[in-house]
Design a protein around this ligand. Structure first.
Ligand code: PEP
Ligand code: MN
Length: 339
């Protein structure tokens, strides 16, 4: 499976910061036996607070060009509009990405797609901050339709009204469904923005590998405590090398024992779906009987008996939770049909 490792600072702060961080990343990963595939840096930073540091802007592009030249590593930069795309092209920046905030606005995403049409840019599309898979897929398709040869998705989690341990809610089913629908598309995880703190990054990065992601985009700074943005979530280059070398990388070619287990699952799923159909036919007959005899559709005591009957395997709380949700769905569906 193709692996892609991206690292670099949240924001481009100064020439010295970019060169120092790139030097450490490139040299230390080479010593560890792998390659930094892209160096990332936000030249223009959209921040929640208007007084926060907002990146060195256009001035950073020649510095990033220098990083590309000296370290022979492609650079990727976030773009929010067509003008930024033009500036990146003028400075031979190799790749651009669409950020999570821009991703909620298809008009802006289309303008960026129009601006990169006919270029050799690699384009990375982060998930929009809301977990709307159609929107994310639509954004990816805008770049595919603009004939961009190399498009990748980046999962960085979703804004949640609730306070969570992580900065953003992972909603893993969203990128996993994306992988199912677009199997050829490389998907990376950005555990930095997902976690919001270096301490959670290894576990989230590993989980993304277990789910079959193709690589990581990680924020790294040569001196994280002095970073002008996202200081808590930026790793040192040494921490990043440690992270990547300790990942348990999963293969996407299934071995024979997996194929056998999958065949068993398929058999069970077939039985479940047939049984559920038979069950629905019976509930339709029950509906007829109730209608003929003027019996109310919902009979709470009767349903409580059903639920009690299925509290098997009390030692497995995840199974219990699933059954509770499943029985609720079954009940609601029956009521709908009986109406
Ligand atoms: C970033 O990667 O610098 C960034 C702003 O990320 P996101 O769009 O995921 O918030
Ligand atoms: Mn950041």
């Amino acid at each position: 499976m193709e692996r892609i490792w991206i690292a670099g600072p949240c924001a481009a702060e100064s020439r010295e910061q970019l060169l120092a961080t790139a030097a450490e990343l490139v040299e230390q990963s080479a010593i560890a036996g792998f390659r930094l595939d892209y160096f990332r840096a936000g030249a223009w930073k959209i921040r929640s607070n208007p007084d926060s540091f907002c990146g060195a802007g256009e001035e950073a592009l020649p510095w990033l060009q220098e990083v590309q030249r000296i370290y022979d590593v492609p650079v990727c930069v976030e773009v929010m509009n067509a003008r930024q795309v033009e500036l990146c092209a003028k400075h031979d920046i190799y790749a651009v990405w669409v950020g999570a905030r821009t991703g909620v606005n298809p008009t802006e995403v289309q303008q960026i797609a129009d601006a990169v049409r006919g270029t050799d840019f690699t384009v990375m599309v982060k998930n929009p901050i809301i977990p709307d898979l159609k929107l994310w897929i639509g954004n990816i398709e805008r770049f595919q339709k603009a004939d961009i040869r190399r498009v990748m998705a980046v999962h960085r989690g979703f804004t949640d009204a609730q306070e969570n341990v992580y900065r953003n809610a992972p909603v893993w089913q969203n990128p996993i469904e994306l992988k199912v629908r677009m199997p050829e598309l490389p998907i990376l995880c950005d555990p930095s923005h997902l976690c919001g703190n270096v301490k959670w990054i290894p576990q989230v990065a590993q989980l993304s590998m277990n789910y079959g992601f193709n690589g990581l985009m990680v924020e790294c700074h040569h001196n994280p405590s002095q970073a002008l943005s996202d200081a808590e979530q930026q790793m040192t280059p040494a921490q990043w090398v440690e992270l990547v070398t300790h990942l348990d990388l999963r293969n996407d070619t299934p071995d024979l024992s997996l194929v056998k287990q999958r065949a068993k699952l398929e058999n069970i799923d077939n039985q479940i779906s047939e049984l559920l159909y038979q069950r629905m036919m019976i509930t339709d007959e029950i509906a007829d009987i109730k209608r003929k005899n003027h019996i109310a559709v919902v009979q709470p005591q009767q349903w409580q008996q059903v639920v009690k009957r299925y509290t098997k395997h009390p030692e497995d709380s995840a199974y219990q939770d699933f059954m509770a949700k499943f029985l609720e769905l079954l009940h609601q569906t029956s009521i709908e049909r009986q109406k």
